[in-house]
Ligand binder design. Structure first.
Ligand code: AMP
Ligand code: ZN
Length: 468
């Protein structure tokens, strides 16, 4: 299995620290609002990496945090007049719902920054003791130049950084020994949540969170650390400096970064009015379509989101779902068990597409080519599966399509449809409720049916219904 490593700028053979086991950390969202579709990209991409590794028999310990203390959360809490905790808890819950609808597996552990403050204080103290950090007026800074390998992930040179980053000089310039130094702990401001520490009542800087949570749940050394490409600098560069200075060991072996999602070829931003939450897209499309769309490009490439591309993704996904539904129908009709010689040849051709799928995934998770292999399998199935086919052929074809789609986290079986007789019974009950002037119950039934995609129309001839 080949993985592109941002650290070496090369595709490398994936060799985990411990055979058959993968330790993986993915930087999670800051929870101050519903997640946007850009945030969904790393979730989907790295969930797919995890699923493929599990498919290959590896045991993946997958840790992804929620940043639940941050300026943006505090600002939102002040706007609403509630606590930061309430804001964070609300949007963690909403994020988990979106993840479920995107068929993103829950992480093995989802740590919260606010629950790990003791560990952060311990690591900061350790860094001070080792001479990698210092305190000034209640703020603790990391002594960047002391870490000789600083810049190795983002391939930046310290002197270029200094001349290119004059803004760094502005904030806290008087206190810092060097403009490149960054904050590990900062004192509270009025009205902000805070924790006691040896330096001040305050809160941790963002970068230290991930170093500490990764160490606690995965150990000093991990296999994969991942996130969006905007995190390479400074977030991941700083994480490396903190962890390697504190632990004296290489932190993560492979650094994986997804490309950015743009909207109609422009950067997504609230001010441009081209900003979409996952929840908003979910009102127009089944979120499986969004997942399928995200995987239709290579994870390191920029990805453009547009209505046309979403329609194309919807059609592509429909082709797969329809092929599986067709196989299910034929399976009900089929009476033969034994494979014919011709069918054996079809299955061996199908196996070639499975090999093609795996080869694509082995090559740095080329999901675009992996999806092409699934389409070839679907085409093979559409041409060869008939009502007269054997059960073995139909079952095997279905199994192959469903299994490969599951590696990508794509659900292929349509939800159970309601039986006509059940619908009619509910309509009758609704009529009776209306007669008895129990309009609450009548509305409840209408909504219950609507949720299953059944639309009711009251006509002069009575109630008629149709499937949406
Ligand atoms: P944040 O909450 O801003 O820290 O973002 C959470 C994750 O989403 C990080 O891994 C970011 O790199 C990623 N991310 C944010 N915006 C985008 C985008 N437009 N496209 C792809 N990934 C993004
Ligand atoms: Zn992080």
């Amino acid at each position: 299995m080949k993985v592109y490593n941002t650290l070496t700028k090369k595709k490398e053979e994936f060799i985990p620290l411990e055979e058959g086991k993968v330790r993986m950390y993915v930087c999670g969202p800051t929870v101050y609002n519903y997640i946007h579709i850009g945030n969904a990209r790393p979730m989907i991409v790295f969930d797919t990496v995890r699923r493929y590794m599990e498919y290959k028999g590896m045991k993946v310990n997958y840790v992804s945090n929620f940043t639940d203390v941050d300026d943006k959360i505090i600002k939102k809490a002040n706007e609403e007049g509630v606590s930061s905790e309430e804001i964070a808890n609300r949007y963690i819950k909403e994020c988990k719902k979106d993840m479920e609808d995107l068929n993103v597996k829950p992480a093995t552990t989802h740590p919260l920054a606010t629950q790990e403050i003791d560990g952060m204080i311990a690591m900061i103290s350790d860094l001070i003791e080792r001479g990698y950090a210092y305190e000034k007026n209640g703020t603790v800074y990391f002594r960047t130049r002391r870490f000789k390998e600083y810049g190795k992930l983002s391939h930046k040179n310290l002197d270029d950084l200094q001349s290119g980053n004059r803004s760094l000089l502005v904030s806290g310039a008087d206190e810092k020994e060097d403009p490149l130094d960054f904050v590990l702990w900062k004192p509270k401001k009025e009205g902000e949540p805070f924790w006691k520490s040896p330096w001040s009542d305050g809160r941790p800087g963002w970068h230290i969170e991930c170093s500490v949570m990764s160490k606690k749940y995965l150990g000093d050394q991990i296999d994969i650390h991942a996130g969006g490409e905007d995190l390479i600098f400074p977030h991941h560069e700083n994480e490396i400096a903190q962890s390697e200075a504190a632990n004296g060991k290489e932190f993560a072996h492979y650094w994986m970064h997804n490309g950015f999602l743009n909207i109609d070829n422009k950067k997504m931003s609230k001010s441009l009015g081209n900003f979409f939450t996952v929840r908003e897209i979910g009102e127009k499309y089944d979120l499986q379509v969004l997942r399928f769309f995200m995987l239709s490009a290579h994870y390191r490439s920029p990805l453009n989101f547009s209505a046309e591309l979403m329609e194309a993704a919807k059609n592509g996904l429909d082709r797969i779902v329809t092929a599986v539904a067709r196989l299910n129908q034929m399976l009900k009709a089929s009476t033969v068990e034994e494979l014919t010689e011709e069918e054996k040849a079809v299955l061996s051709e199908a196996e070639e597409f499975v090999t093609k799928f795996e080869a694509a995934m082995e090559d740095d998770f080329n999901t675009a080519d992996a999806i092409s292999a699934i389409f070839e399998l679907v085409k093979l199935s559409n041409i060869n599966a008939k009502e007269t086919s054997s059960k073995t052929l139909l079952t095997e074809l279905k199994k192959k399509i469903v299994t490969l789609c599951d590696v990508l986290g794509i659900i292929t079986e349509k939800k159970e449809e309601m039986l006509d007789s059940d619908i009619e019974a509910l309509i009758e009950e609704r009529q009776a409720a209306r007669k008895a002037k129990n309009f609450t119950r009548a509305d409840e039934i209408r909504n219950q049916l609507l949720e299953k995609g059944i639309i009711l129309e009251d006509t002069r001839q009575g109630v008629v219904w149709k499937r949406a």
